[in-house]
Design a protein around this ligand. Structure first.
Ligand code: FHN
Length: 447
């Protein structure tokens, strides 16, 4: 039901979650991979020996980087080490169920041979369609592909960030809109197995104003490909509201607002689907040859993954391959470590969702059917995992380690003032784990 009712023509066209099979599949993925790859990978965050402190894929916007030099980098783009099958295998091992690939980032370079611009992979020494290789390889591994597409396009002549004022600018921007539409239709036509579009670079005033155009285009894309999944970053409503319309309703199929950030609690999620896209260093998406500052560990990333799933979201980890097509060793190591963990514990991730139990300090709850998974990150000194079940809630039946099915005792710890049932799950003192671990709690419906 609608919370408020400002009449809107271009607000949310659906209230509440999508219920179809495609969206259900997306929801069950839990873990995804993001890949930022383009000509910025050649620069790798440096220009003529100087270090660019920003996000590597933004180097073109740096005053030290001559635009012309950047716009000619594609002539050197020849990723001879690129092996799409290897990337897909690595993602598969990590446990990713879907991936998002930058078909075109803000610089406008297309990794597919778009017929609407010359600024594409076709005109590089590499020539071949990178997107095709990626889509085919990931499809083969059973990993769903989503196409990242930036509306911002620094290369295309009609592109404007500010609202076009003069007649000439208006004409140019109209051409840019058609160009954008053409490319999107082209992507959907030529890569029919892709499951959705992941939009970005939609914050310009000029784009926010294109309410009717963007709404029509979204409808056109959805009609072309039933089941297509599009997040909340594509378009604004007629009052310029993005992600959520003027009534507070989510526009698109899931909330795309969690970038390098996670909700604090389920209340922040507002009952919507969402994804969190996360970088390994602080803020680098494309390849930067010199990561400075803190680099997340697999412990950090697994924590974020489980935390996301415990609040009904998907966690999408970003990779930035280099200009030759290599995934850097730090990323390969993390993918392996996450994959090793997933080999044992993925049952607590895939298809799992939020559990309405009081959050505890030792870690996170996730649930599928009659199993509640307790993923423990902070093992209590007394080896007791507290559990509080509100009156009328579920009833614990048995508990065991996910890894080896060894039983875990459930000790009844009485009731609290609110009449919730309290339990302690006892971790055997001689149990040693260098990793976050999962305890399965089988439940029956309330007593
Ligand atoms: O500016 C981009 C950035 O380079 C990166 O692509 C991220 C990924 O979500 N999106 C934009 C910033 O929100």
């Amino acid at each position: 039901t609608k919370r408020s009712s400002i009449p809107l023509q271009h607000g949310a066209h659906r209230l509440g979650k999508r219920t179809d099979a495609e969206m259900q599949k997306w929801r069950e993925h839990g873990l995804g991979q993001f890949i930022h790859w383009g000509v910025y990978a050649i620069a790798g965050g440096h220009w003529q020996g100087k270090y660019y402190p920003g996000a590597a894929e933004w180097i073109r916007s740096w005053e030290e980087m001559p635009k012309d030099a950047y716009d000619n980098l594609y002539k050197e783009f020849n990723p001879t080490d690129f092996d799409a099958k290897q990337w897909a295998k690595q993602a598969k091992y990590m446990g990713a169920k879907y991936m998002i690939i930058t078909t075109k980032h803000h610089d406008g370079f297309c990794i597919w041979p778009s017929k609407y611009t010359d600024y594409t992979i076709k005109n590089t020494p590499y020539k071949k369609d990178l997107l095709r290789e990626i889509v085919d390889a990931y499809d083969k591994e059973g990993i769903d592909v989503y196409l990242y597409f930036s509306i911002i396009d620094w290369h295309e002549k009609g592109y404007r960030s500010a609202i076009p004022e003069t007649a000439e600018e208006k004409v140019a921007y109209e051409e840019f809109k058609q160009f954008t539409r053409n490319q999107l239709i082209e992507l959907l036509t030529d890569y029919p197995t892709a499951k959705g579009l992941w939009f970005d670079g939609t914050w310009d005033k000029a784009w926010i104003e294109q309410v009717q155009f963007a709404d029509d285009l979204e409808k056109e894309m959805r009609a072309m490909r039933p089941g297509l999944i599009i997040g909340s970053r594509f378009r604004a409503d007629e009052n310029g509201k993005r992600h959520f319309d003027s009534n507070g309703d989510l526009m698109g199929d899931y909330e795309q607002g969690w970038e390098r950030d996670l909700p604090n609690s389920i209340a922040d999620v507002n009952g919507n689907d969402w994804d969190c896209v996360m970088t390994i260093p602080e803020n680098q998406w494309g390849y930067h040859s010199e990561w400075r500052g803190y680099v997340k560990t697999s412990f950090d990333l697994i924590d974020m993954l489980v935390r996301s799933v415990s609040m009904d979201g998907n966690f999408v980890l970003n990779f930035g391959p280099d200009g030759k097509g290599n995934i850097r060793p730090e990323e390969t190591k993390l993918a392996k470590e996450i994959g090793d963990w997933m080999k044992i514990n993925s049952e607590a991730i895939y298809g799992c969702s939020y559990v309405n139990l009081k959050k505890q300090g030792w870690g996170y709850f996730t649930r599928k059917d009659n199993k509640i998974y307790l993923t423990v990150f902070n093992r209590p000194i007394n080896n007791m995992l507290n559990l509080e079940i509100a009156k009328g809630g579920v009833k614990p039946v048995k508990a065991y380690f996910l890894s080896d099915k060894k039983g875990v005792d459930i000790v009844n710890a009485g009731r609290n003032k609110q009449n919730s049932s309290l339990y302690n799950l006892v971790i055997p003192a001689d149990f040693i784990s260098g990793q976050p671990f999962v305890i399965v709690l089988e439940i029956s419906q309330s007593d």
